[in-house]
Write a protein that binds this ligand. Structure first.
Ligand SMILES: *Cc1c(COP(=O)(O)O)cnc(C)c1O
Length: 359
């Protein structure tokens, strides 16, 4: 098989999804399956749907279009604010989009009318992480605007924490979101169908909270795909953390000094040379690099240590011997390494669903 390649176990993704969908259902929360790390892969989307997600969500309209083209069923939400240059595509392919700008709402409204459609809108509220969101004091005005625009239906409100600044979802900020939902409904005499509390970083809050208030949806990506909770990156109990494995092939294996020689200036990626002389080390070079993945996000097999990486080389130290040229090793990926591997054309994707193939 060709290398580098990302082997993807769809059964593990389905299991992770089913487990979290069931755990959250107890708290009255539905899961929207976030596909942005999987580049609109229809097989991965279908695994999420088999695991019980209520709908699919992606940050890029291109991925939503790819899933529609592959006839993936279900509601699809664009969870990044639409670019005005893409409103026609958004209205054509996404059922709902997340929004924070009046100008965008107005363009979505015109696009929906020309397409003879209604487009759902979730207004995102800024609760401290300083990424997207309407400031809480401005939310009521935006609700008024959303309701005034023909072709749009206000589906609800949402927020996103932990992504830019690492702000932790808490009983305080989640209560603020619930409070806004209540006050919007009271002021405008409407019912909000969705109160979308956040992403995988909300899991600890949900599972530990005395009450989840009005929150009735989470949008989960990393937790479903990698089985980890992003605030601490600890594995979630009962989930697989190894649904994705990156295989790379050895192209050089030699014992070399641990320190470079000659005059030292900047390296290609600004990395500093090692400071400590460890004596000669078995240095293995894998044919995988920054064009394929995020080397900092790779976990090598036991006994191997990643020393450095360039665009095309991953340099690994091994103990007393090395894998020979032509051998392969399996690396576990974090979210950053996964996203880069999924988006790299150099990395083959090999999908397996043992349970389906066995039938
Ligand atoms: C990426 C993203 C998510 C999913 O985040 P995970 O940490 O992968 O669960 C949810 N909501 C929004 C708005 C996002 O951009």
């Amino acid at each position: 098989m060709s290398a580098p390649r990302l082997e993807i176990d769809l059964d593990k993704i389905q299991h992770n999804t089913r487990t979290l969908v069931d755990r959250l259902a107890f708290r009255g929360i539905a899961v929207s399956g976030v596909t942005k790390a999987s580049l609109g892969s229809p097989e991965i989307a279908l695994a999420l749907l088999r695991g019980g997600v209520r709908g699919l969500a992606d940050s890029r309209i291109e991925n939503i279009e790819a899933m529609r083209l592959a006839r993936v069923p279900g509601a699809m939400t664009l969870i990044r604010s639409p670019m005005i240059s893409q409103v026609d595509r958004v209205v054509a392919h996404a059922d709902v989009s997340f929004n924070t700008e009046l100008e965008v709402l107005s363009k979505l409204s015109s696009a929906a009318i020309s397409a003879g459609k209604t487009h759902g809108v979730v207004l995102m509220v800024e609760l401290g992480d300083l990424r997207e969101g309407i400031l809480p004091g401005d939310v009521h005005d935006m609700v008024g605007e959303a309701l005034r625009h023909p072709g749009l239906t206000l589906e609800g409100i949402g927020t996103n924490l932990a992504c830019r600044s690492g702000v932790v979802p808490s009983s305080e900020n989640m209560a603020e979101l619930s409070g806004l939902a209540d006050s919007i409904e009271a002021t405008f005499g409407i019912k909000l169908r969705v109160v979308s509390g956040g992403n995988s970083a909300n899991l600890s809050w949900v599972l530990g909270a005395a009450s989840v208030g009005r929150v009735n949806e989470l949008r989960l990506g990393e937790a479903l795909l990698l089985g980890r909770e992003p605030l601490t990156r600890q594995p979630i109990e009962g989930l697989y953390a190894d649904a994705f494995t990156l295989y790379a092939e050895v192209i050089e294996a030699k014992q070399k000094p641990s320190l470079p020689w000659g005059e030292i200036a900047q390296s290609a990626f600004g990395e500093l040379p090692p400071a400590i002389d460890r004596g000669p080390v078995w240095q293995t070079i894998f044919a995988v690099g920054r064009q394929d993945t995020d080397p900092e996000g790779l976990q090598p097999p036991k006994g191997m240590e990643v020393l450095a990486a360039s665009s095309d080389h991953l340099i690994v130290a091994q103990g007393s011997s090395s894998l020979p040229a032509g051998a392969e090793a399996a690396f576990q990926v974090n979210y950053s390494a996964l996203v880069r591997a999924m988006t790299s054309n150099f990395v083959a994707k090999v999908l397996a669903a043992p349970s389906i193939q066995a039938r």
